[in-house]
Design a protein around this ligand. Structure first.
Ligand code: 16G
Ligand code: MG
Length: 552
């Protein structure tokens, strides 16, 4: 770095001093904290984004959101050139600069990193950063802090894209770097036109004959998702959607509402109740990268029948597999046999879902928790479908497979089953956000598949029955002492803990149990599954005690 750059950094960073006594960590999905503590962190992430843009010579995104956290929190994360999560090997640098105690320390760290990574400053394209934020009241000021961070790198340009869902910002970064149209309007148009294409391809005898309740009610968590869904709905003009808990309502962001609440508590979000029984309902999280469905049983006031990420995965897998089978039937396009469909889950996937998917003859893979791991694995297939039970997920298409489909679309006879299958797959590749899991695009795919199959939410929910499960959290002295392997299913340290868990689990039929340190909270999480709820609760409690004994 030259003198001009150094003094620019020194000047601006002295206006963003870090909070005292707070250890910040980039974690599974960026920095998250009480919003009052975050301005120096967000400013520093702005610098990091500009450096990342110089290094990759691509557009980078900065999203200001704390997803499903309470409204007084906020957070920040980076979208890499592909639109995916920040490359993991830059995370330690993110942690280091966020925690640098003074501007001098900060500049020294940047200096060292710039040398180590050989980040080019001269004779290259200047850094270009897209900034987005969710609806949190602290977002606007934090976005300014990010902008100041970006522009403290000489020549860097920051563009404020306004209030967006997290997946919209990721989509824009990906589109920009591919030289495609990348405005919010372009996003809405891509989603709505691919959705319409899928609707037009629904077999005449299916669809409306289902007797499925046509109305959908969506809980927007009082976040950004409900607002954007209303915009999208106007463009679609075919779905009967009622949006509740949309942020212009009375409610507080994520307070008793949203996908996280609904999935964890298994109760209706605020503004829902027995009046909605039997109707298909869906819930977004605060930044609309998570989606779950649910219905309210007739006899219930607050409990729900949850249709989680695992079941969404199953629905998508059935549909994709059906389209691939239409292709395989055609002699002249047998080369499609090589199309590899891969499923990716985490240890939190209900065992019944994994059995169901394997029963369909699908290849099921496991990764540790966190979108970055699942996404990376799914990208290894021609079509990779990944979901966390909590509703984060996507259907990824490899570029070569999309190219293959495009070439086929032109060759197949018009109106044939094979042609329709190709057109459906191409439409799904455009409808589903390829950058990151997206509640808006996921919702549209669910809706069109339900119409395609003629299934009600109840029929969908009956695909298989979840095994009873229980999640607990245990406060320990140091959660980093828990080290896991095999996609978090085995504890390798502290020694002896896994043997003790195994001995306990072996007492239960269909017993499965694992523990892992949370990436977002200072706790160790316990997950248990057996054939009855009572036994599951006992197993989870015994293992929580073991964790406490080994680590308390
Ligand atoms: C973050 C992750 C989510 C994961 C969760 C686990 C992203 C965008 N989000 O929210 O995928 O399920 O962390 O939290 O990656 P935990 O580590 O506290 O259990
Ligand atoms: Mg989220």
């Amino acid at each position: 770095m030259n003198q001009e750059q150094r003094s620019l950094l020194l000047n601006s960073s002295s206006r963003f001093l870090p909070p005292q006594g707070v250890k910040l960590s980039y974690g599974t999905s960026g920095f998250r904290e009480d919003a009052l503590l975050l301005s120096s962190t967000v400013y520093r992430v702005g610098i990091l984004a500009a450096l990342r843009s110089l290094k990759t010579q691509s557009v980078i995104g900065v999203m200001i959101t704390a997803s499903h956290n309470q409204v007084s929190d906020n957070g920040v994360k980076i979208a890499d050139p592909s639109g995916g999560m920040l490359s993991q090997h830059w995370e330690p640098f993110a942690d280091a600069i966020a925690n640098a105690p003074s501007p001098q320390h900060l500049i020294q760290l940047i200096d060292e990193f710039v040398d180590k990574e050989r980040i080019p400053f001269d004779g290259v394209k200047p850094a270009e950063i897209l900034l987005g934020r969710d609806t949190r009241p602290s977002g606007e000021a934090l976005l300014q802090a990010a902008r100041e961070g970006v522009t403290s790198i000489v020549g860097a340009v920051a563009m404020d894209m306004g209030i967006l869902t997290t997946p919209q910002l990721h989509w824009m970064v990906r589109a920009r770097n591919k030289g495609m149209k990348a405005s919010e309007q372009d996003y809405f148009e891509q989603l709505s036109s691919s959705f319409r294409c899928l609707m037009d391809l629904i077999p005449a005898e299916k669809g409306k004959s289902s007797g499925m309740n046509d109305k959908l009610i969506v809980d927007g968590a009082n976040g950004v998702g409900g607002v954007k869904l209303k915009v999208l709905q106007k463009l679609l003009n075919v779905l009967d959607i009622e949006v509740r808990n949309s942020s212009d309502d009375e409610g507080v962001l994520n307070d008793g509402a949203g996908a996280d609440y609904v999935q964890k508590e298994k109760v209706v979000p605020r503004a829902f109740g027995s009046k909605d029984s039997g109707i298909r309902c869906a819930s977004f999280d605060g930044d609309a990268d998570r989606l779950v469905y649910f219905s309210v049983p007739h006899e219930s006031n607050s409990t729900i029948d949850l249709v989680d990420g695992d079941k969404m995965l199953s629905l998508f897998a059935i549909f994709i597999k059906e389209q691939l089978s239409f292709l395989n039937e055609k002699e002249d396009i047998k080369d499609c046999h090589q199309a590899r469909l891969g499923i990716v889950q985490t240890a939190y996937a209900n065992g019944a879902s994994t059995d169901y998917l394997k029963h369909l003859g699908l290849e099921v893979n496991f990764t540790p928790t966190g979108v970055k791991y699942l996404h990376e694995k799914a990208a290894e297939f021609d079509i990779g479908i990944y979901f966390e039970a909590n509703g984060h997920g996507a259907v990824l298409f490899s570029e070569s497979f999309v190219g293959w489909l495009e070439a086929k679309a032109n060759k197949l006879s018009s109106g044939s089953e094979a042609e329709k299958a190709v057109l459906r797959l191409l439409a799904v590749s455009k409808l589903i956000n390829q950058a990151v899991g997206d509640a808006l695009s996921g919702l549209l795919l669910v809706e069109v598949i339900l119409q395609h199959t003629g299934w009600s939410i109840h029929r969908w929910s009956e695909l298989y029955h979840d095994l009873p499960s229980r999640q607990l959290k245990v406060k320990v002295a140091d959660r980093t002492a828990v080290i896991t392997a095999n996609a978090e299913t085995v504890v390798v340290s502290p020694p002896g803990l896994q043997d003790a868990i195994d001995a306990e689990t072996a007492k239960y039929p269909q017993g499965r149990c694992f523990v892992r340190p949370s990436g977002t909270e200072d706790v160790v999480r316990v997950y248990a599954e057996t054939s009855t709820q009572e036994a599951t609760d006992t197993l989870a409690n015994s293992v929580a005690k073991l964790v406490d004994q080994f680590l308390g």
